[in-house]
Design a protein around this ligand. Structure first.
Ligand code: NAD
Length: 509
C-alpha cells in the first residue's frame, strides 16, 4: 500500500519556516550547509556551518558559564529544566513537525519524540533535588567519611539524525541539572530541529536568568565534531551514532584521558517461544521492525522463532507487512515514512542482495516506492527475509527496515544465536513460560543493555537507563542513575576527634 500524494518541497519549506517562526528561530542563512527533507529528498534552506573559530568560541563561552552554573544551587538549576519542559509542551506540535520534515518520522512518532523530551525534563527537575551522595562508616573514631557529587564541566553532545531532538534532551536536561554546560553538534541531516531546541533552551535561560552560554549549538559536519572530540575542555563527550563513529571518536578522547559516553549501533533480536501469545507478538514485532522505517537504534532486526510456531508466525507477519502503508509521514494513515536518504536505500538494497546471495529468501517487501513522485526521496517497503543461519549481513546493522527471520529448536540455541553478534543494545523474548523469561533476563541470558519480555525491542521509557554493551559502546543515558556519568564524585574524610589517627593503624612520627 502506498498512501496519498506527497507534499511539495515548497509546501514543506513554508511549513518549516512557520514552525521555526513560532518557536522564535532566526534561520542562520548561508550557502555552505544545506537543510534538506527526506520527504522529497530536496533542499529546504541554505545555512551556515560553524567554523573552527566558532567552535573555539562556543567551548570557551560554555566553560566560562560553567564556572557560575556549577555553584548555582541544584534545585535552582532545575528551574531552567522545568521552564524548558514548559516550552516544549507549548511547542510540542511545532517541534514534532520539524522532526517529521527533517527525519521523516510519522507524526505520532514525532509527537512521541517530543513527549520523551518533556518526560526527561520532568525527570531532571526531580533529579535536581536528588543528587544524593552517601555517608560511609569510617574505621577511625571521630571521623566522618562521605561521598559528594559535583558538576563535571562542559559536556560535548554529538547526536545522530534519527532522534534529532530526544537524544539532545536526554543529555542536556540531565547535564544542566547536574551543573554542567553543554556544547551540541547535532547531525548534519537535522539542523532545523536543533535550531529549534537551542532556541527553546535559550528562551528558558532568559526567562529564569541563567547564563545564556549554558548551551551552545554548532551546526556542521563531522569536522566540527572532531574539534570537540580533541578539545581537553570537553570534560565528557557524549556521542550517539554509528559504531564506526564511536571507533573514530573514543580512542581520541581516551588519548587525552577524557571521558566518553557512547551510544552506538544495535542489531536487536527477539525470541518467539512456542508458548508466546502470537497476537501480541505480531503487533510488537511489526512496530519494532517497521516503525520509524527501521531507523531506530533499537529497531528489531533479527527474529528467532521456535520451529513449532515459525510457519504460523511468518505467515501472519507476511500478511501484516503487505498492508503497511508507506508514504507521506504527515498523512495519519501512513505507518512507514521515507528513509533518510538515497544512500540509505542503496545500503538496504545492497544488504538484501547479499542476503539473497547467501541463501536468504525475501518473503515480503524490499521494493522502492514513490520513485516517480519523488526521485530524490527514499521510500521503500519494509522487508521480511527468511534465513537459515546468521551469515555476515545478518550480524551487521543495516540502518533500514529489514527483519531477518530464523528458526530455532531449543532455548539454548536461541540464546546462543541471540548473543552471537557484535552489538548489544536491545533484546526481547515473547513467551508465557516464566522459566524461559527468567533465563532470558538472567546473567546467562541476553547480553544486551535492554532486555524485555512480551514487548518489542524499541520504544524505551525515559525512567530506565538507556544503552548497550559490546559494539554499542557501553554508555547509559536518560533515567535511573545515568546522571552519575555527568558528575564527578569526591570522597571526603573529616576528622573531628582532635587527634590524628592514620588509616589501617599505620603509625608515623
Ligand atoms: P553517524 O555515525 O553517521 O553520525 C552521528 C553523529 O556523529 C553525527 O552528528 C555526525 O556528524 C557525527 N560524526 C560522525 N563521524 C564523526 C567523527 N569521526 N568525529 C566526530 N563526529 C562524527 O550516525 P547516523 O547515521 O546519524 O545515525 C544512525 C546510527 O546511530 C545508527 O548506527 C544507530 O544505531 C545509531 N544510534 C544509536 C543510538 C543509541 O542510543 N545507541 C541512538 C540513535 C542512533
Amino acid at each position: 500500500m502506498t498512501s496519498t500524494a506527497l507534499p511539495s518541497t515548497d509546501d514543506l519549506r513554508a511549513r518549516a519556516r512557520a514552525r521555526l517562526d513560532a518557536i522564535g528561530v532566526r534561520i542562520p542563512e548561508g550557502s555552505d550547509f544545506p537543510a534538506r527533507t527526506p520527504l522529497t529528498g530536496e533542499r529546504l534552506f541554505g545555512l551556515r556551518a560553524a567554523t573552527a573559530a566558532d567552535t573555539e568560541r562556543a567551548v570557551a563561552e560554555a566553560r566560562a558559564a560553567f564556572l557560575t552554573w556549577r555553584s548555582t544551587p541544584a534545585p535552582h538549576r532545575g528551574e531552567l529544566v522545568r521552564r524548558l519542559g514548559e516550552l516544549l509542551r507549548e511547542h510540542k506540535s511545532d517541534l514534532a513537525d520539524l522532526v517529521t520534515i527533517e527525519a521523516g518520522k510519522i507524526r505520532s512518532e514525532s509527537l512521541g519524540e517530543v513527549q520523551e523530551m518533556i518526560d526527561i525534563c520532568d525527570f531532571a527537575v526531580g533529579l535536581s533535588r536528588q543528587l544524593y551522595g552517601r555517608t560511609i562508616a569510617s574505621e577511625r573514631p571521630g571521623h566522618r567519611l562521605a561521598e559528594t557529587w559535583h558538576p563535571l564541566g562542559v559536556v560535548g553532545v554529538i547526536s545522530a539524525f534519527n532522534f534529532p531532538a530526544a537524544v539532545w534532551s536526554w543529555n542536556t536536561a540531565v547535564a544542566l541539572a547536574c551543573g554542567d554546560t553543554v556544547v551540541w553538534k547535532p547531525s548534519e541531516l537535522t539542523p532545523l530541529t536543533s535550531l529549534a531546541c537551542d532556541r527553546l533552551l535559550a528562551r528558558a535561560a532568559d526567562d529564569i536568568g541563567a547564563p545564556p552560554a549554558v548551551h551552545r549549538l554548532l551546526l556542521g559536519d563531522r569536522s566540527v565534531g572532531r574539534q570537540l572530540v580533541d578539545d581537553p575542555r570537553i570534560a565528557l563527550l557524549s556521542a550517539t551514532g554509528s559504531t564506526r563513529m564511536g571507533r573514530e571518536t573514543a580512542p581520541r578522547v581516551a588519548a587525552r584521558l577524557g571521558r566518553s559516553l557512547l551510544e552506538l549501533g544495535g542489531n536487536n533480536a527477539a525470541i518467539v517461544a512456542p508458548s508466546a501469545d502470537l497476537d501480541l507478538a505480531v503487533q510488537g514485532i511489526v512496530f519494532a521492525a517497521a516503525g520509524t522505517a527501521g531507523q531506530r537504534c533499537t529497531t528489531l532486526r533479527r527474529l528467532l522463532v521456535h520451529r513449532d510456531v515459525a510457519e504460523t508466525l511468518t505467515a501472519r507477519l507476511v500478511a501484516a507487512y503487505r498492508t503497511l502503508p508507506v508514504g507521506d509521514p504527515f498523512d495519519d494513515r501512513t505507518l512507514v515514512g521515507p528513509l533518510i536518504s538515497l544512500p540509505a536505500l542503496e545500503e538496504m538494497d545492497g544488504a538484501l542482495a547479499r542476503a539473497r546471495a547467501a541463501g536468504g529468501e525475501i518473503l515480503a517487501g524490499g521494493r522502492r516506492r514513490l520513485a516517480d513522485a519523488a526521485p530524490g526521496a527514499a521510500y521503500c517497503e519494509p522487508a521480511l527475509v527468511r534465513v537459515e543461519e546468521q551469515f555476515d549481513v545478518v550480524r551487521e546493522e543495516t540502518f533500514a527496515p529489514i527483519l531477518y527471520v530464523l528458526a530455532y529448536d531449543t532455548l539454548e540455541e536461541a540464546l546462543a544465536l541471540h548473543n552471537d553478534v557484535p552489538q548489544g543494545l536491545s533484546s526481547s523474548i515473547f513467551t508465557r513460560d516464566q522459566r524461559e523469561a527468567e533465563v532470558f533476563l538472567s546473567a546467562a541470558g541476553s547480553d544486551c543493555g535492554i532486555a524485555n519480555v512480551n514487548i518489542g525491542t524499541s520504544g524505551a521509557e525515559i525512567g530506565g537507563a538507556f544503552g548497550g554493551e559490546k559494539d554499542t559502546g557501553g554508555g547509559r543515558e536518560s533515567g535511573s542513575d545515568a546522571w552519575k556519568s555527568y558528575m564527578r564524585s569526591a570522597t571526603s574524610t573529616v576528622n573531628y576527634s582532635g587527634e590524628l589517627s592514620l588509616a589501617q593503624n599505620v603509625s608515623f612520627l
